[in-house]
Design a protein around this ligand. Structure first.
Ligand SMILES: [Zn+2]
Length: 398
């Protein structure tokens, strides 16, 4: 993280005001106390040392200002409840604050407060939006293990990309042709090992954080951090879209589910994500890869659950999982149409866009191709684990 970004982060955390109503926090805390495993970690506090470690360029005055801000009633640094960890809360707030800004830029910030984002532990392959009782606005619930799974999934994908000699626009000089990826995976098994560890840990324990932590080379690190940023943004922006589009009707707790509403949420969510990513200097490819990462990671988890349950990656799915799987697939198809439309509009010249589409489409499908290669290598190993008695965690069976 360079110092310009660092300053921007500091400012954002200091300036941002996201203080929900007491009753909303109490509602979130009641939910978390029922759903979060284990005792609360206690009121988390950022120390001066934490700030200096995270923001080496911060001056003493800035550190003092942050500490004072943290203690204030309108702090966005302090997690809203004692069931949330400081580190995860902070990174989710950064994503949320960027989306808030994109909502305002899109002229849609009037009328409603931004939703309160609450973190839960385990067991859902999706974020959810609900309306809080009374007039307290909306609550977006995200599982921190899902965020961690997306993070590790993005990292393994980045490891699967060999660094290439050429640098086509927006591609950071990575060789992203499928044949190159395949050759790279044969040469170096780290991507497959890490991918397997992330998927296996998540599916057998419910916790992606049970996977072994590791560092990657700077190139892969940069690729994964951008794609994961896009993935986390898209995951939340989709939920924001349900709020903005008023999908949770009066007297209802959560949106009525329909593919139609999902399509609207993806359209609006994608627009917001494109805006956020452009502001941080990244093109449409990254936005697309990030959105696909969300959909592929969850599909992969469903397939792995099915495989460990039954020995087959589709036939072991329950009805609700089959339904979820089909929805993710449909959303991916739709996403391509949406991005194609965006790109065509940006090009302005329909004919020349048509001519370039083949090449663009290949670039867009990097994520799909990498995940297909990684799954191809991982599936036999999961099958072996199933034969030896490995099964999905209880959290996936309830
Ligand atoms: Zn949705």
């Amino acid at each position: 993280m360079d110092s310009v970004d660092d300053d921007a982060r500091l400012r954002r955390f200091r300036l941002r005001r996201r203080e929900p109503a007491q009753s909303a926090v109490a509602f979130l805390e009641r939910m978390q106390s029922a759903l979060v495993e284990g005792p609360p970690s206690g009121p988390p506090r950022l120390t001066a040392n934490d700030i200096r470690r995270a923001h080496p360029s911060a001056t003493d005055a800035e550190v003092a200002a942050l500490l004072a801000h943290q203690a204030g009633p309108d702090s966005s640094i302090r997690p809203p409840t004692r069931y949330e960890e400081l580190g995860v809360h902070k990174s989710v707030q950064l994503v949320a604050s960027r989306i808030d800004e994109a909502v305002v830029r899109a002229g849609r910030g009037r009328g409603s407060d931004p939703p309160l984002v609450g973190l839960l532990d385990v067991g859902h392959l999706n974020a959810r939006t609900m309306r809080m009782p009374g007039d307290d606005g909306h609550l977006v619930l995200v599982d921190r293990e899902l965020l961690q799974f997306l993070f590790l999934f993005g990292k393994a994908v980045a490891l699967a990309v060999p660094s290439g000699p050429t640098a086509p626009a927006g591609m950071l000089g990575f060789a992203t042709k499928r044949a190159d990826v395949r050759a790279h995976l044969r040469q170096d098994d780290e991507a497959v090992r890490r991918f397997l560890d992330a998927v296996f840990s998540y599916v057998t324990t419910g916790r992606a954080s049970a996977a072994e932590p590791y560092r990657v080379a700077p190139g892969a690190q940069r690729f994964s951090s951008i794609v994961v940023q896009a993935a986390h943004t898209f995951l939340l922006a989709h939920e924001y879209a349900h709020v903005l589009e008023d999908h949770v009707g009066d007297g209802e707790q959560s949106p009525r589910w329909s593919m139609n509403l999902e399509g609207v949420a993806d359209t609006v969510g994608l627009q917001l994500t494109i805006d956020v990513m452009q502001r941080t200097g990244h093109d449409l490819y990254f936005t697309y890869w990030g959105a696909e990462l969300v959909l592929f990671a969850t599909e992969t988890a469903l397939k792995a659950i099915s495989l460990l349950r039954s020995g087959n990656d589709v036939r072991g799915m329950r009805d609700d999982e089959l339904h979820q799987h089909a929805a993710f697939e449909a959303r991916r198809t739709m996403l391509e149409f949406l991005v194609r439309g965006e790109m065509e509009r940006a090009t302005g010249d329909k004919d020349s866009f048509e001519r370039q589409w083949q090449e663009i489409s290949e670039g867009l499908h990097v994520m799909r191709d990498i995940v297909a290669e990684l799954w191809h290598e991982t599936e036999p190993l999961l099958r072996l684990a199933h034969d030896q008695g490995a099964r999905p965690a209880a959290v996936w069976e309830s």
